[in-house]
Design a protein around this ligand. Structure first.
Ligand SMILES: Nc1ncnc2c1ncn2[C@@H]1O[C@H](COP(=O)(O)OP(=O)(O)OP(=O)(O)O)[C@@H](O)[C@H]1O
Length: 638
């Protein structure tokens, strides 16, 4: 509302770095063309408190009206008309305008914060649904500033648009007053329109570039600190404090330089933005004095015209500043817009993935296995298929985004209610196979499916056709799996919270059998405060074996039908690992176990063994059978 010659940054706006994130690559010109479209798409999917912005807009209109009226009082005052009515009117309108400015400031600040909160929810919901393959390609830390910083521009851009609209209105009113006072002199000023347009476009471009660079700088810095702080123990262990200091300096420098650039743009843009006012004042002095000499304008004409022109210029400047602010917001919001344009997984029924990002941002509650689908029209197979049975891997090939072929033409049936062990050398594709079974990745070609593993009326098993896993809602599918990796992540919180992670938060071991079992597997009484033992971020206050035990407990806590164990007891002492495995084996009526291991004794006691070699199946069958056919297994189990 008050005129400044420059757009200001939203509260804590900042930006990473131009690194090879994959985001933002591509044909630059096409990108620039798509920028407005992407910008508007972001707003189409965002919940915006329009009523607040409407109030702010109305206040802006009234303010614009009053401003024009104030100028008519001030002209009379300047001309020495000092009647009480004029003085009181002038004071009342000026005070009224200040109150309106305060009200509009408060309304737009509130609207801006609500918009930013909604934008943050939207982007976070979207990041959570990005396929793992995409996230791994970009590095998760590269998304941090997309949800913390970039979104702060969202509300800012709307406030600027509202202010721009009310300024356009006020400009129209002020211009009419000016035109009515003297059409000819106003006509001379129209010669300056090209100058105005030049300032408009130039300022916008400069602001876009500055805000984008500033945001990119913040993103680079945030990314660096997120990754390196999370791994501080390696920094110290590798005696890398000095190296890190230098690298940190470099990361900080990126943002520093972006800040300098922004400062430079600010410094340049202030005189540019006031240039129009200066030129128009000179024009009024030159043309106006000529007109006074020719008696086409009264002797006080320049004075009165300048007062009215002041109003016009104030609004024009406001229009330029707000346009620049919108362009700046476009640059700052680009990363959030990029995230919103990436493909997402459809997690469950009621979500429509790419087509409706707002649904993704405010997703329906996750459907648990066996729960009736709330959407009667949802795909039949997805809603009713039982997530159980034999796991069928049919001619599956998987290539990582960098082209590395981890699995090639793999065909397998992992039998229901058994313990299958997958063995093979480093890089053979074992972990990749587990991730495909869990649908953390989708096959490049081929199919993962489920087949009824129970005997049919004729006593034959596995006779039914496989239901493609891709036809089952992802949330139902994944809820049927428990996954324990070799390097599990421990969240900051209690042992109990870590065991119940992902189960909705209000389950306790006293009331829930799977959780009780999870606590048993984790050997919870061995922790000082049992379930209430506090764990640090990343599990820095527990041993590797203890962390793996917690992860095993977490894997069974959701009563899964499949347990995927990826070297899940490699750090657990031999005796405890054997007991855990026999506990798990004793419950094969509840779950099918698929285990990756480098421990020959665990393979020998399995029901079924798969040997992977260079991404292909070397042998599969009962341990004795595989020992006859696979050279790798013979060496491994010897
Ligand atoms: N995210 C990734 N991007 C690119 N290549 C990857 C990725 N993850 C794994 N690979 C590659 O895929 C191949 C199979 O990896 P995988 O982790 O499945 O092997 P593995 O059999 O589990 O090995 P290990 O016994 O060492 O754990 C390896 O060559 C590995 O380098």
């Amino acid at each position: 509302m008050t005129t400044t010659a420059i757009a200001t940054l939203p509260g804590n706006a900042v930006p990473g770095g131009g690194n090879a994130t994959g985001i933002g690559n591509g044909n630059e010109r096409a990108k620039r063309r798509g920028l407005w479209r992407q910008f508007l798409t972001f707003y189409r999917t965002l919940r915006i408190p329009w009523w607040l912005y409407a109030i702010s807009f109305v206040i802006g209109i009234v303010y614009g009206d009053l401003t024009v009226r104030v100028s008519s009082y001030s002209v009379q005052l300047y001309n020495g008309k000092l009647g009480n009515g004029i003085i009181i009117g002038y004071v009342a309108l000026t005070v009224g305008n200040s109150i309106l400015a305060l009200a509009q400031g408060m309304t737009s600040a509130y609207a801006e914060q609500r918009t930013t909160r909604n934008a943050r929810n939207l982007v976070w919901g979207r990041i959570l649904r990005l396929p793992l393959r995409v996230i791994e390609q970009d590095n998760p830390s590269s998304y941090v500033s997309g949800v913390t910083t970039s979104v702060t521009w969202a509300g800012y851009a709307i406030t600027s648009t509202i202010t721009l609209a009310s300024s356009l209105y006020a400009f129209g009113k002020a211009f009419i007053v000016l035109f009515q006072y003297n059409a000819r002199l106003t006509g001379f000023l129209l010669l300056l329109v090209p100058v105005f347009i030049l300032l408009f476009v130039l300022g916008g471009r400069l602001f876009f570039a500055a805000a984008k660079r500033y945001y990119d700088g913040t993103k680079a810095t945030t990314e660096f600190f997120s990754e390196h702080l999370a791994n501080i123990r390696y920094v110290k262990a590798q005696n890398a404090v000095r190296d890190e200091t230098a690298q940190g300096d470099a990361a900080i420098d990126v943002k520093y330089r972006a800040g300098l650039f922004m400062g430079l743009i600010y410094a340049v843009i202030v005189p540019i933005n006031t240039l129009y006012g200066t030129i128009s004042s000179i024009a009024v002095a030159v043309f106006g004095s000529g007109m006074i000499r020719r008696r086409e304008l009264p002797h006080d004409g320049i004075n009165v015209f300048s007062t009215y022109l002041g109003n016009v210029n104030t609004q024009l400047q406001q229009i330029v500043v707000q346009y620049q602010a919108i362009k700046g917001a476009q640059g700052g919001l680009e990363h959030s817009g990029d995230i919103m344009s990436l493909p997402v997984e459809t997690i469950g029924t009621g979500e429509s993935g790419d087509e409706d990002a707002s649904a993704v941002g405010n997703a329906a509650p996750i459907v648990t296995p066996n729960a009736a689908t709330p959407d009667a029209s949802a795909d039949e197979t997805s809603a009713t298929a039982t997530v159980d049975g034999d796991l069928v891997v049919d001619d599956v090939t998987y290539a990582y985004p960098d082209g590395r072929l981890a699995l090639r033409d793999v065909s397998l049936v992992i039998p229901h209610g058994k313990r299958t062990v997958i063995v093979g050398g480093n890089g053979a594709g074992k972990s990749t196979l587990l991730k495909l079974l869990l649908r953390l990745y989708e096959p490049t070609s081929g199919l993962i499916g489920l087949r009824d593993g129970k005997a049919d009326a004729t006593g034959e098993t596995g006779s039914s056709a496989a239901v493609p896993a891709a036809d089952i809602a992802l949330d139902r599918y994944r809820a049927a799996f428990g996954y324990a990796p070799q390097h599990p992540y421990i969240f900051a919180g209690t042992v109990g919270q870590n065991l119940a992670y992902g189960l909705g938060g209000n389950k306790t071991t006293d009331a829930d059998e799977p959780l009780r079992q999870a606590a048993d597997l984790s050997r919870v009484p061995a922790f000082p405060d049992g379930l209430d033992t506090m764990l640090n971020e990343g599990g820095s206050n527990v041993s590797g074996g203890e962390a793996q035990r917690i992860a095993l407990g977490r894997a069974v806590a959701g009563a899964p039908r499949f347990l995927l164990l990826d070297e899940a007891t490699s750090a657990v002492d031999h005796e405890t690992a054997a007991r855990i495995l026999s506990d798990l084996d004793a419950r094969k009526d509840r779950w099918t176990i698929v285990q990756v291991t480098h421990d020959p004794s665990q393979a020998r006691s399995a029901d079924y063994v798969v040997v992977l070699n260079g991404g292909t199946v070397e042998a599969a069958g009962a341990p004795d059978e595989v020992a006859r056919t696979s050279p790798y297994y013979r060496r491994f189990a010897a």
